[in-house]
Design a protein around this ligand. Structure first.
Ligand SMILES: [Zn+2]
Length: 461
């Protein structure tokens, strides 16, 4: 596609996520005023502080829980007057979003972490399930994203429409600027259908529907993933008999997996023949399984113009993770996709920014967020030192986006490979020791049975 037409189409797609300019507050002004993050990083960053001031004041005034935390720390909107003060904004541990009561108290908890008026709803049942709540609030325009860590406990992040649109815009610009973007490209998503679940990994990769034509998007698994499904899969059911049944029903059987993988392999072979450019996106363990399957069947394709986007990390076991470089080579050997067309993204439910790697594999930090790397006493350590990742994210309106993660990163003040502006995260991001594995890929990996008996398992359904 010709460049100006392409820019025009991207602009139109971005426009759909933007409120009318007359309604912009300082957060919108920082995010939406430029569609290029990495050529205008410094300029945009100058307005990020005003966005943070606005956002902090909003959560301080509209979130009673966060208000109390700020008071305990003697921080108020009046004490945040310069970019340096931003570092005093009280940060929440990411575990905050899984610290909810079960049963009747859950809705109250959601309302308590929600900044502003949480719409009420009369559910027909006394204690509505998490899935009933997620579905009802989807209808009300509140997207409750969920992730499950290796402990099996879910995190829930409620996003109103504006917050969700800001995240989408942020992610779309990152993709357009860090990867080769053409809205006519073919997409292969190695995830369950994002239109049928609020699972974080699917929701985030599902932004493909905002960037590309739906008829060109192929989803590997046509399946509805609910919290109940994941809970059943974790044996959190009553009674032994039900437990056994639940386990079998809630695991994607090797046969279903194999059929799905073969369908994708045939698709890749077809696209190779047609000379199409394809973007293959999903958690790396899923792509790895397909590569292994291709090797076993003696198959390979040459997709030189295509790209890979991995995200969600490996499985629960950090030690099984190969260095990214080795995996990139494996992708090149089997799919013919060159290493500089391999991108990885670091993302999480709590954050409105995605950290997407450039052709040189460093993960670029968008301008409308303040990234922090903390030592063990939670003091900022700055560049070139390994520490715990935290961030001040002014974009969410429906919850305070001032968060400490359990992820270990190293930040560099500029990319060693490309000339895009702004700091980057070093290639490898991992979990801190002693912190439970992050949900997304872990949860997806658990769904897949690892052994290969071709008989005796129930297909999902
Ligand atoms: Zn770079």
């Amino acid at each position: 596609m010709e460049n100006t037409t392409l820019n025009h189409e991207l602009q139109q797609r971005l426009q759909k996520c933007m409120p009318p300019q007359a309604a912009w507050n300082p957060v919108d002004a920082a995010l939406f005023s430029s569609a290029s993050f990495y050529t205008n990083y410094t300029t945009i960053q100058e307005s990020t502080f005003r966005a943070i001031q606005h956002s902090f004041k909003h959560h301080f005034e509209n979130n009673a829980l966060y208000h109390r935390i700020c008071h305990m720390n003697n921080v108020t909107p009046e004490t945040i007057t310069s970019p340096d003060d931003a570092k005093t904004i009280p940060l929440l541990p990411d575990a905050f979003f899984k610290d909810y009561p079960e049963g009747k108290g859950f809705l109250k908890w959601l309302a308590a972490i929600y900044s502003g008026e949480f719409p009420t709803h009369e559910f027909p049942m006394a204690i509505p399930s998490h899935d009933a709540i997620i579905e009802e609030y989807n209808n009300k325009g509140i997207h409750i994203m969920f992730t499950s860590g290796t402990s099996g406990r879910f995190s829930f992040i409620p996003r109103d429409l504006l917050s969700w649109n800001r995240l989408k815009y942020n992610a779309m610009v990152a993709v357009a600027e860090l990867m080769n973007y053409d809205p006519d490209d073919t997409i292969v998503l190695l995830i369950p259908d994002p239109r049928q679940t609020n699972l974080t990994i699917a929701s985030l990769f599902g932004i493909a529907y905002d960037l590309y034509k739906p008829e060109n998007i192929h989803v590997a698994l046509d399946m509805k993933i609910t919290t109940q499904f994941l809970r059943m899969q974790r044996d959190e059911t009553i009674g032994i008999a039900e437990k056994i049944k639940a386990k079998a029903m809630a695991t994607i059987s090797p046969l279903v997996q194999k059929n799905s993988d073969m369908k994708i392999i045939h698709l890749l072979e077809h696209l190779e023949k047609e000379g199409k450019t394809v973007n293959i996106a999903g958690p790396p363990f899923w792509l790895d399984r397909i590569l292994e399957r291709m090797k076993k069947e003696g198959k390979s394709v040459r997709l030189e113009t295509s790209q890979v986007l991995t995200g969600g990390g490996w499985k629960a076991e950090e030690e099984k993770r190969p260095p990214e470089e080795r995996f990139r080579q494996k992708v090149k050997d089997t799919l013919g996709i060159p290493q500089d067309h391999y991108h990885d993204v670091y993302a999480m439910s709590e954050c409105s920014s995605i950290f997407l790697s450039c052709e040189g594999h460093y993960k670029h930090i968008p301008p409308v967020i303040v990234p922090l790397v903390l030592d063990e006493e939670l003091r900022p350590v700055g560049y070139n030192t390994v520490g715990r990742f935290a961030f001040i994210d002014p974009l969410p309106q429906s919850y305070p986006g001032f968060i400490i993660t359990g992820d270990r990163v190293k930040m560099l003040d500029h990319c060693p490979v490309c000339s895009r502006q702004g700091p980057v995260l070093d290639v490898e991001v991992s979990r801190l020791p002693g912190v439970e594995g992050r949900g997304c890929a872990a949860v997806m990996a658990e769904l897949m049975q690892q052994e290969e008996p071709e008989h005796g398992t129930f297909p999902v359904g």
